[in-house]
Design a protein around this ligand. Structure first.
Ligand code: FES
Ligand code: FES
Length: 146
């Protein structure tokens, strides 16, 4: 599928029907990020397995279509990943959207749609919002945060 088409379909679909929306009951990590440009915020709640992989994750927030879609895609992409894998994916997306992409920075599946945001530089902050929150939630491994 062409990037334009993937972008339109995936962003619209996930913005209209966000997956894993709400608060996760029994979460052991949470973090919020605010887009200083518009004041919109996204909050993530997640639970890590005893081995340190992301067992379940949900998001809540009042963002635009791009931030909502990106958060929805994030919840699908990182479930089952270790904290390190999720942070590596976060760093990859940041490189991809802020211009420093390497050839190995291709994104799998529907996540590839996020590359379409590069055409709208003023919206990159929207696409990264949930990923910043994820990084924040995972940063203090081993500590319980709510
Ligand atoms: Fe606020 Fe996109 S306009 S997050
Ligand atoms: Fe990874 Fe912000 S995108 S920390």
């Amino acid at each position: 599928m062409e990037l334009d088409e993937l972008y339109r379909e995936a962003i619209l679909d996930h913005a209209r029907h966000p997956r894993n929306f709400g608060d996760l009951p029994g979460s052991d990590r949470s973090a919020s990020a605010t887009n200083v440009g518009c004041g919109d915020a996204i909050r993530l709640t997640l639970r890590l397995s005893p081995e340190g992989s992301i067992e379940a994750i949900r998001f809540r927030g009042s963002g635009c279509a791009i931030s909502t879609a990106s958060a929805s895609l994030l919840t699908l992409a990182v479930r089952g990943k270790s904290a390190e894998e999720a942070q590596a994916l976060c760093a990859k997306i940041q490189r991809l959207l802020t211009g420093g992409a390497a050839p190995e920075d291709d994104l799998p599946g529907e996540l590839a749609a996020l590359a379409g945001v590069r055409r709208f530089p003023q919206r990159v902050g929207c696409a990264l919002l949930a990923w910043h929150a994820l990084d924040e939630a995972l940063r203090e491994r081993g500590q319980t945060r709510t």
